[in-house]
Design a protein. Structure first.
Length: 276
């Protein structure tokens, strides 16, 4: 005899299982789309780049948000000598999890080949009160490759007075160079925002990492820019050859500061979707 899963079982509550994979290769002296795979609710758009700008890939989720039981996977690969920018269409909303559901998962894999350059610049992730999110970002950068990546997390919808008083955020990063792990970092917030962990009254945290063969000049530039940042707490360091910058504060102010920092650090505007 077979039985149907109960309404509260994880199998019944899973709403979405999507995946998108995109690669860029250098052909005839130009960066071109190499491979594309997408499965609902994940999609990839390719807006026309400004003159002189590298190709862009815009990752979207057509479901309008993520909640308990959802599983999404995104992958971006840049072949040797190619250059591209990847971002997301809008802020990713992580909705309150239903009773009995498992955490939603987002897995991001980034690969950068020899002599290649990738800017991975997703917009912020907003974790609603009662949401449960486990996200893992893994970057593999070979020698001679360059990666600039950012993530911004907002805990609760501060504009509507919501605090993140229950739920789970488990956000893990790792960076690998050929044959070795060079940096890893995990943020875990379960329940109320941890004032004692240095958050204070802040409800948003942005992290920027940079991977280059020679990080020191980039570190010096980032330090100069962040020393001028006001209304947010900011700092930058180099750990095992990886530049790591943090910005902490109120969500609107952190978003403004990260836009200003990335624009000045890169020497070019962020993708248009950031300004819509």
């Amino acid at each position: 005899m077979t039985t149907s899963p109960s309404p509260d079982s994880p199998g019944r509550l899973q709403r979405a299982s999507g995946e998108s994979r995109v690669t860029f290769d250098l052909r005839d002296g130009q960066t071109r789309l190499g491979d594309l795979y997408q499965r609902d609710p994940c999609r990839v758009l390719f807006p026309k780049s400004e003159p002189g700008e590298p190709p862009q890939a815009v990752m979207i989720t057509t479901s309008g948000g993520v909640t308990g039981g959802d599983a999404l996977r995104m992958s971006v690969g840049i072949g040797p000598g190619a250059e591209a920018v990847a971002t997301t269409q809008a802020a990713e909303k992580i909705y309150r999890a239903s009773r009995g559901s498992v955490a939603c998962t987002i897995d991001v894999d980034v690969r950068v080949g020899e002599g290649a350059t990738l800017d991975w610049l997703p917009q912020e992730t907003i974790v609603f009160e009662g949401a449960r999110l486990k996200r893992r970002t893994v970057a593999e950068v070979v020698e001679g490759g360059s990666l600039l990546a950012c993530e911004m997390v907002v805990l609760g919808r501060g504009a509507s007075g919501e605090r993140f008083a229950s739920g789970l955020l488990l956000d893990a990063w790792s960076v690998r160079r050929p044959g070795r792990l060079v940096w890893t970092d995990t943020l875990r917030v379960e329940g109320e925002t941890p004032d004692g962990a240095g958050f204070g009254t802040a409800n948003a945290l942005a992290t920027v990492i940079g991977v280059w063969d020679a990080p020191q000049p980039h570190f010096e530039k980032a330090r100069t820019l962040l020393e001028a940042a006001d209304k947010v707490r900011a700092g930058v360091t180099v750990v095992n050859g990886i530049m790591v910058a943090r910005l902490l504060g109120e969500a609107t102010l952190v978003r403004q500061a990260i836009i200003r920092f990335l624009t000045e650090f890169r020497g070019r505007r962020l993708p248009r979707v950031w300004h819509v």
